[in-house]
Design a protein around this ligand. Structure first.
Ligand SMILES: Cc1ncc(COP(=O)(O)O)c(C=O)c1O
Length: 493
């Protein structure tokens, strides 16, 4: 009897077909990368087009061929997306994605490691461990076995920060808080100290953690939007008198609007004095610790109990990849480990490290570590110092360039963020200027030559350029002020 071949499952692909479809896709991506500088940053109206094409289509009853699926969706994506890898994409804090990182994603998905335990994902777990250690090295975070520092990768800065605060809560109140919740030991009276410049992940975190947003004690800032340490000291003293529990101070190593760095060492001293958890949100700026001109300002990173950083921002790793590091990673285990009947409680031989599922919120975990590891391996400390240092220099260059134009007001420069606005001498009214600059930014984005975003600073609406982009050239920077002026003049003729 002849062996009858069973029909291939719809989602299976034979080797040859994978090769063909895959090569074709890689060719298309290579073409896209090859001419990204000549394109516009996005296609105005793309959101409406995408919605029209995809938004209402029902699930097909019958499937399509692999070629058709890849062709249809890659065309749409490569035409209608907003390209944060474009040299003049300077919005929000999106890193330009490294092509090597994209290949890392392909390899990671092909292996499909579930990085929950060392036995389930032996190589992948080791790669994550090494990547996390290397991130610590880049940040100059303590990395000796004595202090048991360490952490894990998470989806992004928001999750990294939330994970840090959960560890802070567990560290403060002990194991029972996990059983009894925020009623335990008056935990509901906890306070968290941060400035108004702190990213909105904090509100989300305290809502999720059951403390509510009212647990935030906002600390005033100095003229450079850095935390005022005297105001912090005073706030803690007052809260203690009133019976509140100061649980954590959240400092920023690079605020989202202007790149301000809070005085980390002074904040750390206050935390030590009052035995308060010192958390740093370094989602954007912490990696600039590898740049010699910035490292001193960030030397306080080594004093933090926990620090959140984002590889998908200034490490130029494709989304998603954030990282939480703890001075003592046992707090993660204390916060997140659970014994179950359906997972082995111990690693085989008990010689392997603690599983990642016992150190964070997720159980099944993707292999995001691979792209992070590959980028770190490729660039090394020197490569990152050069790329990040270059972005900082370019932001400073823009600040100086803008200051040369009497009609433009250069407002701030911090790390790789510069803010400015159009302000001709004859217009003094801030309300009018805010509206005008909103229109200018909208037009600039609509023209799609460049894509900055905005910031509100002291009631002023500003054009904000955040350069976390290894493709940006000095010429790109130099041309921006004239572009802004040509739009502004159309509005004010
Ligand atoms: C300073 C800072 N913290 C936290 C976040 C949130 O990070 P994510 O968007 O990766 O969750 C951002 C995002 O821009 C940020 O700039």
């Amino acid at each position: 009897m002849k062996n009858k071949k069973s029909p291939r499952a719809a989602l299976d692909m034979d080797e040859e077909e994978f090769r063909q479809v895959g090569h074709h896709l890689i060719d298309k991506i290579a073409d896209f990368l090859g001419n990204i500088s000549q394109r516009n940053v996005h296609k105005p109206g793309a959101a409406e087009i995408a919605h029209k094409i995809l938004g209402v289509a029902p699930l097909p009853d019958t499937g399509s061929s692999n070629e058709n699926v890849v062709e249809e969706i890659s065309d749409l994506l490569l035409e209608q997306s907003l390209f944060n890898g474009h040299p003049r994409f300077w919005g929000y804090v999106n890193g330009s994605p490294s092509p090597l990182g994209a290949l890392g994603d392909l390899l990671a998905s092909s292996i499909n490691a579930n990085v929950c335990t060392w036995t389930v994902a032996p190589v992948a777990s080791e790669i994550e461990s090494q990547a996390v250690g290397w991130i610590g090295d880049l940040l100059n975070f303590p990395n000796d076995p004595e202090c048991n520092s360490g952490g894990l990768l998470v989806s992004g800065g928001t999750m990294a920060n939330i994970t840090g605060l959960l560890a802070a809560k567990r560290a403060r109140f002990g194991a029972k808080i996990r059983e009894q919740g925020n009623n335990y030991k008056g935990a509901e009276n906890s306070k968290f100290y941060a400035t108004a410049e702190t990213h909105a992940w904090l509100e989300k975190a305290l809502d999720i953690m059951g403390f509510g947003e009212s647990a935030i004690h906002r600390i005033s800032t100095d003229e450079n939007l850095r935390m005022d340490v005297n105001a912090l000291q005073e706030a803690i003293n007052n809260d203690l008198k009133q019976g509140f529990i100061p649980l954590a101070v959240i400092a920023s190593a690079g605020t989202v609007s202007t790149g301000a760095i809070d005085p980390l060492e002074q904040i750390s001293e206050i935390c030590t004095q009052h035995k308060i958890w010192f958390h740093i949100d370094g989602a954007y700026g912490a990696v600039s610790a590898c740049v010699p001109s910035i490292s001193e300002q960030l030397s306080g990173i080594g004093l933090a109990d926990s620090i959140a950083m984002d590889a998908h921002k200034w490490l130029y790793v494709p989304f998603e990849a954030g990282c939480i590091l703890l001075r003592d990673r046992q707090h993660l285990v204390d916060s997140f480990s659970h014994e179950t009947t359906y997972y082995p409680t111990k690693n085989s031989g008990e010689t392997l490290p603690i599983p990642y599922r016992d150190q964070g919120i997720q159980t099944s975990r993707g292999f995001r570590a691979l792209k992070v590891w590959m980028c770190l391996k490729r660039a090394g400390r020197d490569g990152y110092a050069e790329m990040i240092g270059n972005n900082i220099r370019q932001a400073e260059r823009l600040y100086k360039k803008v200051a040369e134009y009497p009609e433009l007001e250069a407002v701030s420069h911090g790390l790789s963020i510069t803010t400015f606005r159009y302000r001709p001498a004859e217009v003094q009214n801030d309300k009018f200027l805010n509206q005008l600059n909103q229109k200018i930014l909208s037009s600039l984005q609509e023209e799609a030559w460049a894509y900055p975003s905005h910031a509100w600073v002291n009631g002023k609406y500003l054009i904000r350029v955040c350069i976390t982009n290894f493709r940006t050239t000095d010429q790109d920077i130099d041309e921006l002020p004239e572009k802004v002026l040509s739009i502004a003049h159309k509005y004010l003729q």
